[in-house]
Design a protein around this ligand. Structure first.
Ligand SMILES: NC(=O)C1=CN([C@@H]2O[C@H](COP(=O)(O)OP(=O)(O)OC[C@H]3O[C@@H](n4cnc5c(N)ncnc54)[C@H](O)[C@@H]3O)[C@@H](O)[C@H]2O)C=CC1
Ligand SMILES: O=C(O)C1=N[C@H](C(=O)O)C[C@H](O)C1
Length: 234
């Protein structure tokens, strides 16, 4: 399969290596200097770029009738606009805040724990994410997905990075040199605490998940998530 890399930074380079190891070719690589995207020899596009460029990149791929997956975070205010554009053009699009298998399992554990603790209001909920210092957005897309997972199972209505109100989940974002991505959810009461945590040791898990998603979406139409790729029905 021929893959276009929309974004050739830390993630784009690892995706290239894993895609080639799995027998794929790179049709073109776009970075901040690329003026024109030539999708003529592309089966699937993979966008890992910047919060400010993801919407443009995804739109270009959809307009060229090329299935596109995006791992770029920090642009989700436009998610509904993109899914409408995809559906009205009979395109194929998949966004995941985190492509790693481990985090997608973690999302399910988070959801189940959130639904269990929802019955016990003595526990205070706190999400913490830690990333490298080059990260442009905060909180991380993964932390937002984790918060939404808990909100869907409980009386929480929102997340915040400020002082939380009673129905808000507090998210703390820390930036530390070279950390690929660590997420933990802590439930704390006066008598005990429960914590679940996912630690990425490097970026290969994200990149492998993105290539697997690209292989999966080829020849499909619609808007998808990693639940579809990994066949998670929980
Ligand atoms: N969903 C997931 O599993 C993961 C998501 N991410 C997200 O992916 C994004 C990229 O992460 P990194 O590769 O670490 O960042 P990076 O800063 O290393 O790379 C971004 C690349 O985008 C390029 N770029 C800038 N303008 C562009 C344009 N108009 N078109 C195409 N490319 C352009 C830059 O030249 C740079 O090479 C971030 O939003 C990050 O949060 C990162 C890791 C995993
Ligand atoms: O910017 C990163 O590096 C990462 N971004 C994603 C996010 O915002 O959740 C996924 C991963 O944690 C690495």
């Amino acid at each position: 399969m021929n893959i276009a890399l929309l974004g050739y930074g830390k993630m784009g380079k690892i995706i290239e290596r894993i895609a080639i190891n799995r027998g794929h070719s790179i049709s073109f690589k776009a970075d901040s200097k690329t003026k024109h995207f030539d999708f003529s020899n592309t089966d699937v596009a993979i966008d890992f770029s910047l919060p400010s460029t993801a919407v443009y990149n995804i739109t270009q791929a959809i307009n060229a009738n090329v299935p596109v997956i995006s791992g770029t975070t920090g642009w989700l205010a436009d998610y509904d606009k993109i899914t409408e554009h995809c559906n009205s053009n009979n395109g194929a699009f998949l966004y995941a805040s985190n492509f790693s298998l481990g985090v997608n399992i973690f999302f399910e554990v988070n959801r189940i724990l959130g639904s269990l603790i929802a019955n016990y209001p003595d526990y205070n909920t706190h999400i913490e994410e830690i990333h490298h210092t080059q990260k442009l957005d905060a909180p991380s897309g993964t932390a937002i997905t984790l918060a939404e997972g808990i909100i869907n199972e409980s009386d929480y209505k929102n997340w915040t990075m400020e002082q939380p109100k009673a129905n808000e989940i507090k998210i703390t974002a820390k930036r530390i040199e070279n950390v690929p991505g660590t997420h933990s959810i802590n439930y704390n009461s006066d008598v005990d605490s429960i914590e679940i945590k996912h630690t990425a040791h490097n970026r290969s898990g994200f990149a492998l998940g993105a290539v697997i998603a690209a292989e999966w979406i080829k020849n499909k139409k619609g808007v998808f998530s990693m639940k579809d790729v990994l066949n998670i029905n929980a």
